[in-house]
Design a protein around this ligand. Structure first.
Ligand code: NAP
Length: 366
């Protein structure tokens, strides 16, 4: 099968580099186009990232030689698309919200679908915010998104904030099994890589916990409601529950966001063994479709008293599985547990690739 040529906007950054590493040898997609800020444009990708490559795995040699484009220069991307050298882009840009909104729109309007990691479009009400195992049906909104904007081939999908799947995949499995979750308190312990590179100053984070990440608590409380919402009349109508209270902390961990969760069920309450069974048996569309990036088991239940831990569990199943543990009764709500997932893989580039695979399997790409 001829591979689909893909581009990465923000290719030089933390998430962009993860895209390049994860797409090396991908069975369907091939990185063919890399773009970043005007500062980086015109240089070879390998030269540009030589002193700032952040990952243990070396840069894919087939990408090192690519010329870095200015992500703001749509004419270059449009020309590549016209030649058949660019089918869609992953957006991993770090810019102002208005600039990202305008730029992602301009790519989609030019017929280049955008699979985004940026937060700018997460609350655009006809843009699906996908966790492939949780709300794959939200891709159904794409034809109305295109019709409303007069776009023929282009569209935009986003993925949620990098910590959400560590608690929403387990919660979704319970909802799908017929248990309502009314209220939750979520305390996240988020890795420094979540802030990009160079991120938080070492003097602020070594030997420390920073109990504030700008905008993160609002995202942690509200994004799940859009993910659990329904597609109605060309809009995503957000769900009314669960009510979430979030505390978000930056901790001295390189990769892996941890969430300590207490939750309250509705009238029907699941016991601990039932919850473990639901999580262990949970499987969704990406698993049924055998998408290349999908974890075989999306939720891994750890029975050890001291797991999950970031440096032991973040890489589970290519860094794509959510590990859960410490499941026990809660004296205030009903249950409590700890969820963990890799923020730059499952929470960023890996999650974006899985979304693109889902779109391809549904016939929206390529
Ligand atoms: P980053 O390391 O700071 O990288 C930012 C990228 O954006 C670089 O490629 C940079 O290019 C490019 N850029 C900056 N200003 C630009 C401009 N004016 N025009 C065009 N390109 C520009 O950020 P990151 O951590 O990779 O995050 C990227 C995006 O993913 C952000 O929207 C972030 O919120 C989101 N995200 C991050 C994570 C995570 O765990 N880190 C998780 C989920 C989502 P230069 O190298 O040329 O400056």
């Amino acid at each position: 099968m001829k591979k689909i040529p893909v581009g990465i906007l923000g290719a030089t950054g933390m998430v962009g580099q993860n895209y390049i590493a994860l797409l090396a040898g991908h069975p369907w997609f091939k990185v063919n186009y890399v773009a970043a800020s005007p500062r980086s444009a015109g240089k070879r990708y390998g030269e540009l990232t030589a002193g700032r490559w952040l990952l243990a795995k070396a840069c894919d040699p087939s990408v090192s030689g690519l010329l870095v484009e200015d992500a703001n220069d749509l004419s270059r991307a449009a020309a590549a698309a016209a030649r058949g050298d660019l089918a869609f882009v992953f957006s991993a840009l770090e810019m102002g919200k208005a600039e990202i909104l305008a730029l992602e729109d301009s790519y989609a309007a030019a017929g280049i679908p955008v699979v985004s990691n940026a937060s700018a479009n997460r609350w655009t009400d006809d843009v699906p915010m996908l966790i492939a195992e949780v709300n794959p049906s939200h891709t159904d909104i794409i034809p109305s998104q295109q019709a409303a904007r007069g776009w023929k081939k282009g569209f935009i999908v986003v993925k949620p904030n990098c910590s959400i799947q560590s608690y929403m995949t387990p919660v979704w499995a319970l909802l799908e099994a017929g248990y309502d979750v009314k209220r939750m308190v979520v305390t996240t312990m988020q890795a420094v890589s979540g802030a990009g590179y160079p991120g938080v100053a070492s003097l602020d984070i070594v030997d420390n916990v920073v109990p504030y990440i700008g905008g993160e608590e609002e995202k942690s409380e509200l994004e799940p409601l859009k993910i659990l919402g329904s597609v109605e009349n060309g809009r995503i109508r957000k769900a009314d529950a669960p009510l979430i209270s979030a505390h978000c902390n930056r901790v001295s961990v390189i990769n892996g966001h941890t969430a300590a969760v207490s939750l309250e069920f509705g009238a029907k309450k699941a016991g601990i063994e039932e919850v473990k069974r639901i999580w262990s048996e949970f499987s969704a569309l990406p698993q049924q479709l055998k998408l290349p990036m999908a974890p075989e088991q999306p939720i891994i239940v750890r029975d050890e008293a001291n797991r999950p831990q970031p440096n032991k569990d973040r890489d589970a199943d290519k860094g794509m599985a959510v590990s859960v543990g410490r499941l026990r009764a809660c004296p205030v709500f009903d249950l409590r547990f700890v969820g963990l997932s890799h923020n730059t893989v499952r929470g960023a580039a890996g999650g974006g690739i899985l979304n693109a695979e889902l779109l391809k399997a549904k016939g929206y790409l390529g």
